[in-house]
Structures are given as C-alpha cells and as structure tokens.
Ligand binder design. Structure first.
Ligand SMILES: *[C@@H]1O[C@H](CO)[C@@H](O)[C@H](O)[C@H]1NC(C)=O
Ligand SMILES: *[C@@H]1O[C@H](CO)[C@@H](O)[C@H](O)[C@H]1NC(C)=O
Ligand SMILES: [Zn+2]
Length: 611
C-alpha cells in the first residue's frame, strides 16, 4: 500500500524540501497546563529551490491553525490543509508571497491538540513531587509535526531559536542553549538558541518543577528534587564518557551536555536531544551499572545528530553507528572484554527479535522499505544490533580499530551537518579503502538488503560470558531436587551485566519450575532488585513459568513505567498466557490514558486490540 501524497524521498513525510526548503525556525509558544496545549506562533525562513514552484509543503498533525501570514508585510497567505492520513497527519500547502527574492519568512499562528502525539502532559500524580503537572516531548521519529508545522523529515536540518512562556514556578528546558529567562506578569519567559542545524525530530521541550546539579565543566543533571541526588550520583561519570567519545569521534560541537531524568512514563531508555539528553529514571540502579545508556546518547552527538539519516529507512546509520561507538567508549572506560561481552550477549536479544518478527520479515533488513509502514511500527533492535555487528565486521575486515577509527573521524568530518543515505556511506567507505584488497570480500548486498540474522558474527572475546554459561548450564540441568547448584559465592563475582545475561538466557530457555525459581530468588534476591534490566528479565522468567502471583507485580510495574523496551515484551508475554490475556488487555485499556501516544499505539497492536 502506498500512502498517497507522501514524499518520494521520504515515505514518512509530506514535505518536498527539494522544491522549497525551511532554513530556520523561530518558535514562540505559551505552555497552558489547564488546557494541555501549547499556543503561539512559529516563523519559518523559507528558500525556494525550484524556481517554478510557488508553494511550500509542511507536515502537521492535529494543529489548530488560526492564520498564516508573510512576516514582513503581515499579509495573510492562502493555504490548504489536507484531510488527515491516520498517524501521518495533514499536508499543509502554503502559497508563497509574491515577490522577486527567493527567500521568505512565513508566520503560522496556531495551537496544539491536547492529544498531540509528540507531547505527554502528566498530571501532578504522575510526578515524583505530586504537586505540579509536567510536560515533555518525544518527536522521533515523526511526531514534531504534532507540535509545530515543519518539514518533518530528517533530510531537512535547521537552526532554531525559541521563546517559551510558562508559569513562574516551572523550569523550561529545550534541546538548545538557554540564553536567558525573564519574569513577566506572574509568568516566566525562557529563551533558547540552537546554533547547530538539526532535524525536526531533535527539537525537544520539557517543562516541570525541576532542580539541577553540576556533573562536570559542561554538564548538569536536571530532575525533580525528590530524585536529584540519586541522579547526580548515578551519572557522575558523564564528563569521562564525553572526553572518551571526543577521543574516538572528534570535537564535541554542541557546547553543553546536560541530562534530564524524566518521570517513569518516558517511552525510551534515552533520547539524544542535543545539549539535553532525555533519560528514563529506570537507569537509576544505584550503582552506575546502567550508565552505558548515557554513553549511547553521548555517541549520538556525532552519529545521528551531526551525521543524520536522510529518512528512517536508513535508521541504522544513526543507531548501528551509535551502538558501535557506545561500545568503544566502554572498551576505553572498562575493558575490551566488556565491549565484546555487550556485543556478544546482545546478539541473543537480536535473535529473539528476529525469531519473533520471522527470519524472512522485511523489517529484519538493515535498510528497510517504509513505504506504507509507519516508522513506529518498524522500530526494533535490528538497526541497533545488526548495524553494530556490520560495523564490527567492516572494522575487522579492513584491519582493526587502528585503521578504522581514523576513517570514522574522517566520515564524521565529511558528513557533519548533513543528512545521508546508506549509499553515501558505502561510496565513502569504498573510496577511503580503495587501496585495501580485503574490501572485495564484503557482501554489501546481503548485509544491507537480506532479512534475518547477520551473515557473519565476529569472533568476540567471550571470557565474561563463559563464567555465566557455566552457571546457566548448572541451573538448567538441575532437576529442582535438593540444593540449588549455585551459591552466593558464585553470585558475588558476577557484574550486573553478567547477571542480566544470565537471566536473559534463562528467560529464553524452556519454562522453569516455580520451585527452581524460588531457589534462584533466594540466592540472587531478584524480587527486591533495583536494577530495571534485571527486574525486567526476572519478571519475564516468572511469567514464562506461569507464576500467577507475579502477574500483579508485573501489572503494577508496567502501569508506572512507560519504557517500551520493558512494557511491550511484558505485555506480549501476558498476552501469550491465555488465562491472563483478558486481564492484561483490560489493564492496558484502563491505563492507556497515562501512556504516551507511541506506547499506546504499538501496544494496541501487540495486544491485538485493533480498536
Ligand atoms: C539569545 O540569543 C538570541 C540569538 O543569538 C538573541 O537574539 C537574543 O537576544 C538572546 N537573548 C538573550 C536574553 O540574551
Ligand atoms: C537463534 O535462535 C534460533 C531459534 O531459537 C536458534 O536455533 C539459533 O541457534 C539462535 N542463534 C543465535 C546466533 O543465537
Ligand atoms: Zn540511539
């Protein structure tokens, strides 16, 4: 099925930047918590590319537009808003002012819809403080259009400035540098500047009653005061991670690197909004063991934010590269064994995804076809893990990190501030390594365009996994009689990553008896664990054993935590368990109003609720 009206260059956008392009955005919005809307105007600088056109096409979703005008003359402009295409929004076609020059400034006065898919309006009860509401955004992949009229394709990158007015007691944060706040009759104006051109999906806003702590010379962490100290402890290594990323990738161009720890309903682990990474509070393990997510978001400062996929069919250029760099940071800060352990163990998660989607599913290709497929439906760990596996393979083929890392820096420097496709990467690689005979053996076609598992899995150092594999084998072979063959001493020597892997394998094995799991819990204390990655895998293992008393614990957790990485598999597990299916569906329906649009949208499908 082809979605009529969508761009031939980006199947997820109506816009046609090859005809007329937005070059700069000025945002002027007021935050209204009572009505759950943003209202105000944007001014778009527009440049005509094709002389023969006299219109510009923008993406919008559920925006209530009151007028569109030429900023210079203040004259009204004619426009047409198409009927909405579900989940893609409406195409907005604006007649350009009649004048000699090729540059225009167009103003749009509007307000957002209370159900804008890119925003989550939290009531005070959903916050840690329980006194004030909270607003945050998540625009990737294609939800910016629900907050501002824009060319909502990563092919277009612009600078932006913003002025946001909010009630006095709130802090407004954006993916930009705040260059001043000013009091204004009972409210507060905050000014922001993003001087580096970015795609629309990287515009971000959060408004809450927040505090901050300094983490390093260019970093603060922001959160509600109830958790701020915990956050400052957990992310204390941020500057180390940043410096290491710069050694690998080149200079950090964004000025500051702040973190915002969101309320638990945030749908992702982290979002690499420039100058201000958004992260889930499920990273607060108490022992810094999940801070690799921050290394991942830091890596995006080059892969994704500086060099950007031209559309989401080439998402692996963002995510595969980012996982690859994240693990290089880990190699430098921990050890080569840790880097390889992550790569090796995440192959097993990838295998689970590919088994679920089907090994012939087109969504398991590295480069996907999004014609007729919403990018929220295509999302999985395939571009992440298959992508990083491909890069590890390329690195190994050309002669290792000493040869590959200079290439990487050249690649970032060549394509910074641009949006590219896979063929641009391939051509650059081929030309850089043209003298290297080993590249002839690379089967690009299979790696990029064949479904299923990666054709080659590099020889990783699996020394950290072997320890776990021995314990796993002992546990799985145990018949449940007598004493469990794993001792507290065995546990003592395992890192959090190893325990995560241990449980991952157990959760994928045949269902275990409740008796065996009770014994395992007695050694590891899984019932009271704070680390969300461990808790998640423990609960999946319990569900697989049809351990009924854990169902309530699972439902309670997924009613609070919105991170899709946990919520979706747990709901799918509950769905598979026939006796529980109805209860899971009812629980979802009763709680979907607390979820962000993209979480609810994907869960409706996972739970076969097609409403
Ligand atoms: C913030 O920066 C913008 C762009 O550089 C400038 O126009 C504006 O005056 C600055 N605002 C403040 C309050 O410094
Ligand atoms: C992937 O899963 C399949 C089916 O369970 C299994 O046969 C195969 O060995 C797994 N491959 C890897 C690399 O884990
Ligand atoms: Zn990422």
């Amino acid at each position: 099925m082809e979605k009529v009206g969508l761009s031939p260059l980006d199947p997820s956008s109506f816009s046609r930047p090859e005809l007329a392009i937005v070059t700069e955005i000025l945002i002027n919005l007021n935050v209204n918590f009572d009505k759950k809307i943003l209202l105000g105007d944007v001014e778009l600088s527009v440049k005509k590319i094709d002389e023969s056109v006299n219109e510009i096409i923008l993406d919008t979703s559920k925006l209530n537009i009151s007028s569109i005008y030429d900023v210079e003359s203040e004259e009204k402009l004619e426009y047409n808003l198409s009927d909405p295409l579900p989940e893609y929004g409406s195409k907005l076609t604006i007649q350009l002012p009649k004048k000699e020059s090729n540059s225009y400034k167009i103003g749009v006065k509007y307000e957002t819809h209370p159900d804008a898919s890119g925003l989550q309006w939290l009531s005070r009860n959903a916050t840690a403080g329980k006194k004030h509401p909270y607003l945050f955004s998540q625009f990737q992949p294609i939800h910016a259009r629900s907050v501002l009229p824009c060319q909502d394709t990563p092919a277009v990158k612009t600078k932006y400035t913003a002025t946001i007015s909010a009630p006095q007691e709130f802090t407004v944060l954006m993916s930009a540098i705040c260059n001043g706040t000013k009091e204004l009759h009972g409210g507060k104006l905050s000014h922001f500047v993003q001087k580096v051109p970015i795609p629309s999906y990287l515009i971000a806003i959060a408004v809450g009653v927040l505090e901050s702590r300094k983490l390093g010379p260019r970093s603060h962490v922001w959160a509600e005061k109830e958790i701020i100290e915990e956050c400052a402890y957990e992310f204390a290594n941020t500057e180390h991670q940043l410096k290491t990323a710069e050694e690998i990738c080149g200079p950090y161009v964004w000025g500051i690197y702040d973190l915002l720890v969101l309320p638990p309903s945030f749908p992702y682990g982290g979002m690499e909004n420039p100058c201000l990474t958004f992260v889930t509070p499920t990273l607060l393990a108490g022992d810094r063991s999940l801070a690799n997510v921050v290394a991942h978001e830091i890596a995006h400062s080059w892969t994704g934010n500086l060099v950007t996929n031209r559309n989401f069919e080439h998402f692996w250029l963002n995510e595969g590269f980012t996982v690859f760099i994240e693990r290089k940071i880990k190699e430098r800060l921990e050890s080569p064994q840790s880097q390889d352990f992550d790569a090796y163990t995440l192959v097993s998660d990838l295998n689970e995804t590919i088994n679920r989607l089907g090994k012939d599913s087109p969504l398991t290709k590295l480069v996907v076809d999004l014609k007729g497929v919403h990018p929220d439906d295509a999302f999985s760990d395939v571009p992440y893990e298959k992508g990083q596996t491909f890069l590890r393979y390329l690195e190994m083929t050309v002669g290792g990190p000493d040869v590959f890392e200079p290439f990487l820096r050249k690649y970032f420097d060549t394509f910074k501030y641009k949006s590219i496709e896979t063929k641009d990467f391939q051509a650059f690689f081929d030309s850089y390594f043209s003298e290297n005979p080993a590249i002839k053996s690379i089967d690009w076609q299979t790696w990029l365009h064949s479904p299923g598992m990666p054709p080659i899995i590099p020889d990783y150092d699996i020394s950290l996994a072997i320890v776990c594999d021995n314990l796993i084998e002992k546990f799985l072979k145990w018949d449940g009689e007598g004493v469990i063959p794993i001792t507290p001493d065995d546990k003592k020597d395992l890192t959090s990553s190893q325990i995560i892997y241990f449980l991952q394998v157990i959760s994928e094995a045949e269902p275990q008896s409740i008796k065996k799991l009770e014994a395992l819990n007695a050694v590891f204390g899984f019932d009271n664990v704070k680390n969300a990655e461990i808790k998640f895998r423990w609960l999946r293992t319990c569900l697989k054993a049809n351990w009924e008393e854990k169902v309530h614990i699972v439902l309670t957790w997924i009613n609070i935590v919105g991170r899709m990485k946990y919520v979706r598999p747990l709901y799918r597990d509950l769905y598979r368990w026939e006796a529980i299916r109805k209860r899971a569906q009812e629980n979802f329906l009763a709680n979907r109003h607390n979820m962000m649009h993209m979480s609810a949208y994907t869960l409706v499908k996972d739970l076969h609720l097609e409403l």
